[in-house]
Write a protein that binds this ligand. Structure first.
Ligand SMILES: Cc1cc2nc3c(=O)[nH]c(=O)nc-3n(C[C@H](O)[C@H](O)[C@H](O)COP(=O)(O)OP(=O)(O)OC[C@H]3O[C@@H](n4cnc5c(N)ncnc54)[C@H](O)[C@@H]3O)c2cc1C
Length: 394
């Protein structure tokens, strides 16, 4: 089989790239290791920056998001028994974020690209490795129904997440990686109950971090910081609600509606960046190239900004026979990646409990007091949270 752009992975980055290219008449084939139902059902991110929302509109897959997504104009930060609000439009010239689940985005992109436009996506077809990416005809070796096959392409987009094979196809002396593992995880619970507040509440508490998030007016996503070796089996629904309420300021805890779990899982927290993101005709995008702790809600949004740059680079190649943007992809994408990695690390450090050191705790509280009471401090949080602008790339 042959295509113009072979895409490994049908997560948000692979689907978005395929959809944008398809609308420009550029052929793609997506190879995905899991079943379509499995990919669609994965519960993950939910906060969308304006840059990503605009890209979904450009992909003509943003209609339901615009109808059902919740526009958020701020976040709340709770610390030392107080609840402070950071207003986005005031500090960012009118910017906001959209709350709309990754599962919904995945569904919308699959429907638009596969069901309506007839785009090719082969599920249960795991890629094994990428070969010949330094030639004009790279190949993806993959497995389907127990048989080994190959997909010949002009370009390969490695959109196959952190554990994918695209990055692993690069010899270790040609790629540099940076990583940090945080000494805790997030225990997350999804429940069909109304959220405690209309906007997200980030909590710094002496017992550990908590986050009150949501997917809709009737579906809440709550998280509490847990130890790295904790297990979902250790938690009943009641124990989760009790611990969450202990960490919230009393007036917010009193408003929590409790209900049974729809899902409960533990997410470890890591920062990881691979450099570069381009190897000849193989490009890494999204979690395949970098991951961030979820505190700043940046993982999914970074996947979208990579696709913004990669899509434009491929378009310039096919429509104008230009190679310059392909050559600049890694540099441009990584500039934005590192800023988000920095923000996610800083925001994680500000809100989590790292140890029992009383001095560290007082310093966190003092920094939060300063940030939430200063216009400059509020701007630092707001402009990073709504997402730093994409560079012009043309
Ligand atoms: C548990 C969890 C919670 C998260 N919560 C948040 C959050 O709250 N906020 C936030 O911003 N981000 C969050 N993230 C991060 C966010 O979900 C990711 O950044 C986003 O999914 C990246 O999209 P992607 O398409 O690059 O990668 P993925 O969504 O990981 O998609 C990669 C795809 O490639 C497929 N694949 C892997 N290997 C192969 C192979 N060999 N062959 C073919 N296909 C393959 C995988 O099955 C998958 O479908 C979370 C991530 C996880 C894991």
């Amino acid at each position: 089989m042959r295509t113009q752009v072979g895409i490994i992975g049908s997560g948000p980055s692979g689907l978005l790239l395929a959809r944008l290219l398809h609308l420009q008449g550029i052929e793609t084939v997506i190879l995905e290791g899991r079943s379509r139902e499995y990919v669609q059902g994965r519960i993950r991110a939910g906060v969308i920056e304006q840059g990503m929302a605009n890209l979904l509109r450009e992909a003509r897959a943003g209609e339901r998001m615009d109808r059902e997504g919740l526009v958020h104009e701020g976040i709340n930060i709770a610390f030392d028994g107080r609840l402070e609000r950071i207003d986005f439009p005031t500090h960012t010239n009118g910017k906001v974020v959209m709350v709309y689940g990754q599962t919904e985005i995945t569904y919308d992109l699959m429907k638009a690209h596969i069901d309506e436009a007839g785009g090719i996506a082969q599920y249960e077809s795991p890629a094994i490795r990428v070969e010949d990416y330094h030639t004009d005809s790279p190949r993806i070796l993959y497995e389907q129904n127990g048989e080994q096959k190959e997909l010949l392409c002009d370009f390969v987009a490695g959109c196959d997440g952190f554990h994918g094979v695209a990055r692993q196809s690069i010899p270790s002396d040609q790629i540099k990686t940076f990583q940090r593992t945080y000494p805790f995880g997030w225990l997350g619970m999804l429940s069909d109950v109304p959220p405690v507040r209309d906007e997200l509440v980030y909590v710094n508490h002496e017992r550990g971090f908590a986050l009150c998030s949501m997917r809709s007016h009737t579906r809440s996503r709550y998280y509490i910081q847990c130890t790295m070796d904790d297990k979902v089996e250790n938690w009943t629904d009641d124990a989760f609600w009790e611990e969450l309420c202990r960490r919230l300021p009393p007036e917010a805890a009193a408003d929590v509606t409790r209900g049974p779990r729809l899902e409960m899982s533990i997410t470890p927290l890591h920062s990881f960046v691979a450099e570069p993101l381009r190897f000849g005709r193989l490009f890494l995008a999204g979690d395949a190239g970098h991951i961030v702790p979820p505190t700043g809600a940046k993982g999914l949004n970074l996947a979208a900004s990579d696709i913004y740059y990669l899509f434009r680079a491929l378009l310039a190649y096919y429509k104008e026979e230009r190679r310059d943007l392909l050559e600049r992809y890694s540099e441009a994408a990584l500039r934005r990646v590192w800023k988000a990695v920095r923000f996610s690390w800083w925001y994680t450090s500000l809100l989590h409990k790292f140890d029992d050191d009383a001095m560290n705790r007082r310093l966190q509280i003092s920094e939060l007091e300063y940030l939430t009471s200063s216009e400059a401090g509020q701007t630092v949080i707001a402009e990073n949270y709504v997402g730093l602008p994409y560079e012009r790339f043309e």
